[in-house]
Design a protein around this ligand. Structure first.
Ligand SMILES: [Zn+2]
Length: 410
């Protein structure tokens, strides 16, 4: 009996740690989100218009890939696979819609919202809609630092014309988070961890179908979690049944809890629950209407109806440059003195690691190595007294990079 209990507890622990989806949106909103107080500006923009019933709303997207390692610098194919998933899930074209239980089938809706990678950046440069930036940070937390260049982040593109998606190494267990509509435009958008983005590439088992982005983008359009972030809470949508709390992994139908309105129980397969990617497959008509209302006249996402940033013909410059992982060169804080030199040349660095193990080579102006010395500390001397007066080159570095100095010998 005791062994059974321990096994059961371990099993439960495993279930909650290994596969549980963690969405940091609720926490982010509590700690960081403020509604903006300024009215939208239409300066230099087309006048607003209302949505047309049943029109397909297409949202230009920029994906900012922030990477420190090559693994975090996910491929174009991985990014395109995520755009495909968004277009399937928001259009009810997902192959797994057949898994919606019969009791909920009539509620599954095609939102008629689509996504395209931007072809023009805010400065008119042509782009693939993918913005790659090398960052020195190991990870980002679920706050606004990722959007702030002053602390190592990457600035949002005009949020009235683009959906900004930042892909990065997110700290801890959070898979993603989103800003709800109506906040600071400089912080507006969605952040997703690199190993749960798209369907191709290195992805985590339970989160390899791109549903983290589907869930977070729906938050960005104003949807709440299906349990209303409260015990038997309300998500503000009429056709999603009230449920006690979130579900995770893959429950089986029906999943009945004390506040279920009827025997059909929880709608655990809704994208706004926290089940595994393979087990979520629908938005309801009520959710569709709530999202589309954001784009209507006066809605907080209305400006996107007048954004044509996926039209390549609008580009007037380009292309947008892309980062790669930089080659490490010795830091610029190496000083070499005196110069001109008579006898001993001093090489100094503020940091020991900058010089230790590097090779200092004295060369003629024709590039012929004359002698060399392996540096051991941040303060070294090289004897040049025996050299004839003239100009020499000093090269300090290793296979990853070199720094050169011109030396005058008196
Ligand atoms: Zn969420």
């Amino acid at each position: 009996m005791r062994l059974y209990l321990i096994t059961a507890i371990l099993f439960c622990l495993n279930m909650t740690t290994a596969a549980q989806r963690i969405c940091a949106t609720e926490e982010y909103v509590k700690n960081n989100f403020k509604l903006r107080t300024t009215a939208p500006s239409f300066e230099g923009k087309l006048p607003p218009r209302d949505t047309v019933p049943n029109e397909i709303i297409t949202i230009p997207v920029v994906v900012h890939v922030l990477f420190k390692t090559s693994g975090q610098n996910i491929t174009d194919q991985q990014i395109l696979s995520q755009i495909d998933v968004l277009n399937q899930d928001f259009r009810l074209l997902n192959g797994d819609k057949s898994m919606v239980p019969a009791a909920f089938k009539s509620l599954a809706a095609d939102s008629r919202i689509m996504f395209c990678l931007a072809k023009v950046d805010p400065d008119g440069r042509s782009t693939s809609g993918i913005d790659r930036k090398y960052v020195a940070k190991d990870y980002f937390r679920a706050d606004d630092d990722i959007k702030n260049p002053a602390v190592g982040g990457v600035k949002a593109w005009d949020s009235e014309r683009y959906l900004n998606i930042w892909v990065c190494n997110l700290f801890g267990r959070a898979l993603g988070y989103a800003t709800p509509p109506g906040g600071d435009l400089a912080k507006d958008g969605v952040v997703i961890k690199f190993d749960v983005f798209g369907t191709k590439g290195y992805l985590r088992g339970d989160f390899n179908k791109g549903r983290t982005a589907t869930h977070e983008v729906a938050h960005w359009m104003g949807l709440k979690h299906i349990w209303g972030d409260d015990d038997c809470g309300d998500d503000g949508v009429d056709d999603t049944p009230r449920q006690r709390s979130y579900n995770f992994n893959c429950p089986s139908f029906p999943r009945y809890t004390p506040c279920s309105p009827n025997a059909n129980g929880d709608m655990y397969m809704n994208y706004m629950d926290l089940t595994s990617d393979a087990c979520m497959n629908m938005f309801t008509y009520g959710q569709k209407n709530k999202m589309r209302a954001m784009f209507a006249l006066g809605g907080l996402r209305n400006s996107l109806l007048r954004s044509y940033q996926c039209d390549a013909s609008l580009a007037t410059a380009g292309p947008l440059p892309q980062d790669t992982i930089p080659v490490v060169v010795p830091a610029d804080n190496i000083s070499v003195y005196p110069n001109p030199v008579v006898d001993y040349l001093n090489i100094h660095s503020k940091e020991l690691q900058t010089l230790k193990g590097k090779v200092a080579i004295i060369l003629s102006t024709a590039g012929k190595p004359l002698f060399q010395q392996v540096l051991q500390s941040s303060d070294e001397k090289i004897k040049l007294g025996h050299l004839p007066a003239g100009i020499y080159l000093l090269s300090i570095g290793d296979e990853t990079g070199k720094k050169n100095f011109k030396i005058i010998k008196m």
